[in-house]
Ligand binder design. Sequence first.
Ligand SMILES: [Zn+2]
Length: 376
Amino acid sequence: MTAFAWTRTAGDGPARAGLLHTAHGDVPTPTFMPVGTAATVKAMTADAVRATGAGIVLGNTYHLMLRPGAERVAALGGLHRFMDWPGPILTDSGGFQIMSLGKLRKLDAEGVTFRSHLDGTEYRLTPERSIEIQYNLDSTITMVLDECTAFPATYEVAESSMALSMRWAARSRAAFQPRDGYALFGIVQGSIFPDLRIKSCAALAAIGFDGYAIGGLAVGEGQVEMFAMLDVTVPHLPGDRPRYLMGVGTPDDLLGGVMRGVDMFDCVMPTRAGRTGRAFTSRGILNMRNARHAVDNGPIDPACVCPACTKHGRAYLHHLFRCDEMLGPILLTWHNLSYYQALMRGMRVAILEGRLHAYADAVRAGWKDGKEALLF
Ligand SMILES: [Zn+2]
């Protein structure tokens, strides 16, 4: 068995290209992790996800603990076998979804009590229970339980929330059972306050983790503030460990994140957009429901090699969405994930060749020239 590690291959300014070594295989970084909420990347078979070039996927503890239950997944051979993904899987701690439950949850110093959004059943999640659930799922990369600080927050609220997350990080570390090739990541909090972010980095580094995530961003602060927080945070993270920006983002966010030294990302954006008819392309975002695609036999993106682009024209995708055929979301999810993976590969190659800035400029110029960059 290999020890879990991240090795640096090359750098271009703060940006890094590297390799993640895990019990379930190696993953080149920077990497984007498709979100497989309920042990499935929505609308995609595992083979299809692999075909897009994804090397690691994400599973959601909150959803899996409710259905089918972590102990049941363990009895069925673990999440890898359950969802036909023998490669690495990262699971979140459940904290983010539970904090979003609003009135259905109650936070105290020891953990959080909440009611299932499905049937109202009461559950209790503590740092120790979250680690146990992720162990039962056989998660390759386990995340500590934290409190994702709501935005906006006053300095005092952000400070006490961050301090709580750091206490829970230490308890998560103590509960985690080290195994070859498996990892536990800590999560930096601190809202948009630079000194809190720096304190959080120091607290996590003192505990010691296999990787470091930056949480509590992409929650409404905007891209300028998010990038400013990355500029503040990343230099205070250990340079020999992977860095993961949670829940991010748009293709432009990925460019900016990698340029600031982030190695890993996850977001529902490409899959969710795919199900609602929106395509991310090298020429900006297309809405496939738009009537102007109705008689256009050209591909969604001539630069893309996915089945939606190589076997079909825009008119066919438009037709599928107009008829609410399930193949529409399937093909467009496949395309969007392919686009995200191609973007990550492009950035990795550019870092290896020392031309990331030129690459980013060219990608952004493509979105602008397309005059279709509606949402970036
Ligand atoms: Zn495509």
